[in-house]
Write a protein that binds this ligand. Sequence first.
Ligand code: ATP
Ligand code: MG
Length: 559
Amino acid sequence: MSETTEKPVVSNFIRNIIDDDNANQKWHGRVATRFPPEPNGYLHYGHAKSIFLNFGLARDYAGECHMRFDDTNPEKEEQEYVDSILESVRWLGFDWGEHLYYASDYFDRLYAFAEYLIEQGLAYVDSQNADEMRANRGTHLEPGRNSPWRERSVADNLDLFRRMKAGEFADGEHVLRVKIDMASPNFNLRDPVIYRIRHAEHHRTGNQWCIYPLYDYTHCLSDALEQITHSICTLEFEDHRPLYDWVLDQLMPRIGWHSQQIEFARLNLTYVVLSKRKLIQLVESGAVNGWDDPRLPTLVGARRRGFTPEGFKLFTDRIGVSKADSWIDMSVLEDCMREDLNQRAERRIAVLDPVKLIIDNYPLDSRETCLAPNHPLKPEMGKREIEFQRELWIERDDYMETPVKGFFRLSPGNKVRLRYAFVIECSGATYDANGHLLTIHANYLPETKSGTPGSDSVKVKGNIHWLPVHTATDAEVRLYDRLFRVPHPGAEQDFILDINPESVRIIQAQIESSLRDAPAETRFQFERHGYFVADRYDHSPDTPVFNRTVGLKDTWQKR
Ligand code: ATP
Ligand code: MG
């Protein structure tokens, strides 16, 4: 390893393996990983764990991480998915450089390797139909039975396989299997199928092929062709490792490379579903508004929600990498986003449920400037001006006609500070005929202006935010919450029925006028409310739209 390699901050068992390999010169210092999604859906939070792991190792060991599309299934794959996957990996901050690969680019070579296996007597064309194959597969207790076609001659096998490729047969008429052991306790070794006939158009190879290699055969060979050193996958592939090794052992004379498969525990997160199949169901049923709906645990959804790549980095560091399956609580991810946003997001004011406050002793046409810090702990982020005037917006629930115990905000006779401005004393409120609160009245104490000498001469317990009616701006605010109301959606009933009916509420709010010009995707803390982002697509100066990323505190503990 070169001297400049950074020491990893958080170690884990995979880093230990790599350190050992480097110490033993196993790969001569080479570290090559890969991130191999199938382009059959959008990436989700679980993929982020794999991306940070694979690209992170490559970066920390001065190696390379290949971006590879595992595109062997023509029916479910699309260019749209490829584009979005690349965009999400880039968004998380990674770059594959020249290492962009497609398993479909190897179809010619995979085919040649299959002919080689046939010639070696290691593969045969099976002509049993699907039911017969299933019946002969055996069970956990019983060994499988050899196919009647298992002992076909090499010449017959080659002839049939070539004719499969030439399109002479219908889907399902024949398959190519490797000859391992129908009695193996491991099902993956009971002569697994490596090629099947599919007369289907592929998103990259079009109609060039009507036979397609299966995943277990394709994946290990793609790794070896790219000279991957550490092929990291999730635990459910542990039982496939003997097959992975078998295929690479047989093809060692042709490829000369045997990557090492290493399994780690996938991310299981509460309050979401992390499976492309379920995500597709949510999108197609209209339960959410498309793949980038901010409630969906896709990476495009996360981006639109206002989650940050740095927050995901913090999260993956915090949860670590292990070999034991476990559940991570959603609050861990939300806390990471809060922690990151707390550092970086400028503060602004938004009144989400506005009601008018009239300062009766403030002159009608007067205006004065108040200064609000953009970040309470970072003076270098500067201050901005907010205009104080007679008519202000405040939050409806900052007023209570008859205050309950512990309520220190506005009620008749009570004093509070208007943040960055004056202490006011409430004199009462007016109501409409239906008893709805219309306006609140108060008088201000001129000697208490924030930032002036003696401003804190009057002590108050409440401190509320406000905006000037005259210059505040209308905005649409989308209050997103968790998509599911239970930690394990689908555990008790169809997961669709576990959707949180309050996972989004759209309201009209008042915001600081400067927020109109915030570029899309700028993130802010709206004081006392949480973190918000200017919507990536819908926000504009004429129609400001902000999405709630996450509240200031975890409110789910109490529910
Ligand atoms: P899904 O089950 O959602 O369809 P997948 O495993 O089929 O996911 P792939 O496109 O095959 O999705 O995944 C690409 C890579 O991401 C694989 O290496 C896979 O192991 C990894 N990955 C997928 N889901 C998770 C997860 N929840 N946690 C960690 N890694 C994951
Ligand atoms: Mg998969």
